[in-house]
Design a protein around this ligand. Structure first.
Ligand SMILES: Nc1ncnc2c1ncn2[C@@H]1O[C@H](COP(=O)(O)OP(=O)(O)O)[C@@H](O)[C@H]1O
Ligand SMILES: [Mg+2]
Length: 253
């Protein structure tokens, strides 16, 4: 299953992504955990070693590799260089999970822009369209790393949304971007729900048939965020209800 997770900053994207990845890991299913949010924190939410996470270079900053993959520089841009070596080398492993960071795409106009984005696009092409492993991609609300091409590989986008006006407005904006990219399936996940009124608010504000879950606000989840980084993610860290979400979208495997 190839899943992208998006939503407003703070909504719980990285937490939901880490929950899905934990379910995959527990079932010994190989998966890529892709941190594609410029406001990167998936590695820490997953409980990876903070020093290793900090030391892992984002793919967008691998200047030498990027030049090499683009056939030795010059004006030529190789649109689909092989990247399997990258998926071995520039990752952190945790059981069946391979974690990698995309990094920021620089603005158009900078001299390396074309080669960098061609390289990142090649990596996404590979994991989303060629490789058999599952993918869970943690993305900002701008979903800027996806193109119409790579979006074809995303089977499901989950939009995490808190029951606030700003949360809903961002979720609807993500939904429009996803529709521009022709993503086949976009579902909403209500998160940090504390009352019936919260749930009712989201049902009234979003297409109700596309809300897959209303996840409760959980003190335990928040407590984990207060603890020192680097503690392994365990069953007790799951948001109540996430296991059922995983079963619904991955059909038990
Ligand atoms: N269901 C929840 N209950 C309580 N706290 C939550 C829940 N989901 C996420 N959080 C907390 O909200 C904060 C933001 O979550 P995070 O996943 O980092 O958001 P994002 O990646 O969307 O910016 C974190 O401190 C996280 O622990
Ligand atoms: Mg995050």
């Amino acid at each position: 299953m190839k899943i992208a997770v998006s939503g407003k900053g703070g909504a719980g994207k990285s937490t939901v992504a880490a929950n899905l990845l934990f379910c995959l890991k527990e079932r010994c299913l190989p998966a890529f955990a892709i941190d594609a949010d410029p406001d990167t924190n998936l590695g820490l939410v997953l409980g990876l070693d903070p020093e290793k996470v900090a030391a892992l270079p984002p793919l967008s900053e691998l200047q030498e590799v990027i030049m090499e993959k683009n056939a030795g520089g010059g004006a030529f841009v190789d649109l689909n260089p092989p990247v399997d070596d990258i998926l071995e080398e520039y990752v952190l492993r945790d059981g069946t999970i391979r974690f990698l960071k995309m990094g920021r795409i620089k603005q158009g106009g900078s001299s390396c822009y074309c080669k960098e984005s061609a390289f990142l696009n090649a990596v996404l092409n590979s994991v989303l369209l060629d490789r058999p492993e599952a993918v869970v991609m943690d993305m900002s609300a701008g979903i800027e790393h996806l193109t119409r091409g790579t979006a074809r590989g995303v089977e499901l986008m989950l939009v995490v949304v808190e029951p606030t006006r700003a949360g809903v407005s961002t979720a609807l904006a993500v939904d429009r971007l996803a529709s521009d990219l022709a993503l086949p399936r976009v579902l909403f996940v209500g998160n940090k729900i504390r009352s019936q009124a919260d749930a009712d608010y989201l049902r009234a504000s979003l297409p109700p048939e596309r809300i897959i879950a209303m996840l409760p606000f959980s003190e335990k989840v928040l407590e984990r965020a207060r603890q020192a980084d680097g503690r392994a993610f365990g069953r007790e860290d799951m948001i109540p209800g996430m296991e059922e979400v995983f079963e619904k979208i991955c059909g038990g495997g």
